[in-house]
Design a protein around this ligand. Structure first.
Ligand code: BG6
Length: 488
């Protein structure tokens, strides 16, 4: 059987992690521009000044005092400021993606390039032109853009002055931003994702130690506002162009009970409901699932609904389900069990799996299981795996080669798992592996945690030529695409 002939093979990026050019051509500052570099053991910090003028930094997900002012400090290093300079090198990069045979390229638009503070009446033309040029360049090679409208780069003004997504004003501001993009790029872009890993706002309650109950409640409200904003964007996107195919992008939370004890099995089911299906069901079905009431009760959540929220959720259901999938974790009711890391998740370690240098499990079969679960639950709705990959340290050899068999092995196993899932009957239409060109890691701010087929000569401290080199995985993926997943 194999992959369908029009399968969308490609790779994925996000604006703030690769573009650089953080303050040029009218771009405003994003919250992610005040986040420093970190490492696997040292968090990234958000830098700010207190009302008494004290310079401070807080770990990336920790709260910052409400009267503080976010600021860029001259003596701190902010890896997103230069990214990997996609802003200036996109033609060279797209030519390399085309050489691999990409059918689709997932990228995001930086909100701050279009509306520098998020609140302006008129968009910044220079920002709009930049993305138009990128889309035209992709078109030249018949590569479909898959555009994420919002990927972790909130305009700083909105965080600082409006309090971020807790404020319902953001629903309108986001809808206006999305509408601008749909109108501007009608005919150039067909595939859209509304909000990257939209569930991450509640997901990190498992990740950040000792999050207060009040903060958790705030985050459920934030997620509600995000879901309404996403639904409104879907509606507007369909009104502007009925050809638009607009997807949910939910961080994949999948795993196993640590043992077959019914308590562990139940705990695992509850974890999936809370951290994944609560969000995904709402986006696909247009209403919160039955188990939402229980989640609200357990967390003391009283959601504030706007007058039209229910209607908007109903009318703004997505055309496809897309998700990130890197690893799985286990749920255990035993507090002493050994723990493992993951993408915004922690959980019990799985003795049957291997782990990456950053402690994320390697579980291709888990992808097949997850795809089957989703396919059954959502009645054959089209799906894409829009992030997947192995963050690893690569070595640039003297002769400009990079040998990354570990990455090839990871990807090969996941491609095989997708093929088996297709045989199982899932409706999978595309695959965009993460960080197809090396970019700055979102969780650690490092360059050395690399995912790409294309190596970028840039180091954790910002040194390096920014030159691009083809890794062994570049040639492997080229062949994989050429043979539609047969020669891997
Ligand atoms: C996802 C994000 O959480 O995982 C990406 O959507 C991110 O932005 C990716 O880069 C991989 O995580 P990391 O921390 O290894 O960069």
């Amino acid at each position: 059987m194999g992959f369908p002939k029009d399968f969308l093979w490609g790779g994925a990026t996000a604006a703030n992690q690769c573009e650089g050019g953080w303050n040029v051509d009218g771009k405003g500052i994003a919250l992610s521009d005040v986040q420093t570099g970190g490492s696997v053991n040292e968090p990234r910090y958000t830098t700010y000044v207190t009302k008494d003028g004290e310079r401070c930094k807080a770990p990336m997900f920790a709260p910052v005092p409400s009267d503080a002012t976010y600021e860029v400090f001259e003596d701190c290093y902010y890896p997103y400021h230069e990214g990997v300079d996609f802003y200036h090198r996109y033609k060279e990069d797209i030519a390399l993606l085309a050489e691999m045979g990409f059918k689709v390229f997932r990228m995001s638009i930086a909100w701050t390039r279009i509306f520098p503070n998020g609140i302006e009446d008129e968009p910044n033309r220079e920002g709009l032109e930049f993305y138009r040029n990128v889309f035209k360049e992709l078109k030249k090679y018949n590569i479909e853009p898959l555009v994420t409208i919002f990927h972790y780069d909130m305009p700083l003004y909105m965080e600082q002055n409006l309090g971020g997504w807790t404020n319902r004003k953001l629903i309108d501001l986001y809808t206006k931003y999305a509408e601008t993009l749909f109108k501007e790029y009608k005919g150039l872009v067909k595939y859209w994702l509304t909000i990257n890993e939209i569930n991450s706002t509640i997901l990190i309650k498992n990740y950040v130690p000792n999050m207060s109950e009040e903060e958790i409640r705030r985050r459920y409200q934030e997620l509600h506002n995000l879901l309404v904003a996403s639904a409104r964007a879907v509606k507007v996107g369909h009104e502007i162009d009925s050809e638009n195919m607009i997807g949910a992008m939910v961080a994949g939370v999948s795993g196993y009970p640590r043992t077959c004890s019914p308590d562990d099995v139940l705990a695992n089911q509850k974890r999936s409901q809370d951290l994944f299906y609560y969000t995904a069901d709402t986006m696909v079905r247009g209403e919160y699932p039955a188990f939402a009431e229980k989640i609200w009760k357990e967390n003391g959540v009283k959601l504030e609904f706007g007058e039209n929220d229910e209607k908007d959720l109903k009318e703004g259901t997505v055309d496809m389900m897309t998700f990130s999938y890197y690893s799985t974790s286990c749920t255990s009711t035993d507090p002493n069990v050994e723990k493992a890391k993951g993408n915004f998740t922690t959980g019990a370690k799985n003795p049957y799996l291997k782990y990456s240098e950053w402690g994320w499990s390697l579980d291709p079969t888990g992808l097949r299981i997850f795809l089957n679960d989703l396919n059954g639950r959502y009645n054959n709705l089209p799906m894409m795996v829009v992030e997947n990959g192995l963050g690893a340290i690569d070595k640039l050899e003297e002769d400009g080669t990079i040998h990354d068999p570990y990455r090839i092995e990871y990807l090969r196993e996941h491609v095989k798992a997708m093929e088996l899932a297709l045989e199982d009957g899932v409706n999978l239409i595309g695959y965009t592996s993460w960080g197809c060109i090396d970019l700055v890691s979102a969780s650690t701010g490092e360059m050395k945690k690399r995912y790409g087929y294309i190596y970028v000569d840039r180091n954790n401290d910002g040194s390096g030529t920014m030159n691009r080199y083809k890794k062994d995985s570049f040639y492997w993926y080229k062949k994989c695409i050429e043979s539609n997943g047969e020669e891997i």
